[in-house]
Ligand binder design. Sequence first.
Ligand SMILES: [Zn+2]
Ligand SMILES: [Zn+2]
Ligand SMILES: [Zn+2]
Ligand SMILES: [Zn+2]
Length: 154
Amino acid sequence: MAYYYFSTDRICTVSDSEDSNKSAEEEKFADYQCYICYEISLNIQECKTCERIFCNRCIDDITKSKPPGTEVPCPNNCVPWALDKPHRSVRNAIETIEFYCVNHSKGCSLKLKVHNAEQHIQNECEYTMMRCLNEGCVKEMLRKDLKKHFEEEC
Ligand SMILES: [Zn+2]
Ligand SMILES: [Zn+2]
Ligand SMILES: [Zn+2]
Ligand SMILES: [Zn+2]
């Protein structure tokens, strides 16, 4: 599909439920969420002091927002912010978590694991929003509608 690019800002969502009461399943995930963005990622580090998990993307964002050489405190106020690879049991647990696809509310019924979520959403999910890349066309639509758009409308 060379004509299109995906646009999504989130890879996974733990639940599609709107209400604030967390299900038992969501509670279970809470231990594995990034303390900053609440997403679950395989690329994580753990603060050795408070044992909170941070994804590498958030760590990068925070570090880059400070002048080089400045000491960056843990967002949970631990100083210094000493990061380490989380225990294998944590990494194993994350590997087994099943998520709804981020496009669940748009109609995708698949459940994904972290290691295949990105591939699914970027390259496979019929319910990912895509933009037609034909010159002059700025239409956005679900991946499943692109073929028809491209062949019949654009
Ligand atoms: Zn994060
Ligand atoms: Zn900490
Ligand atoms: Zn999907
Ligand atoms: Zn088009």
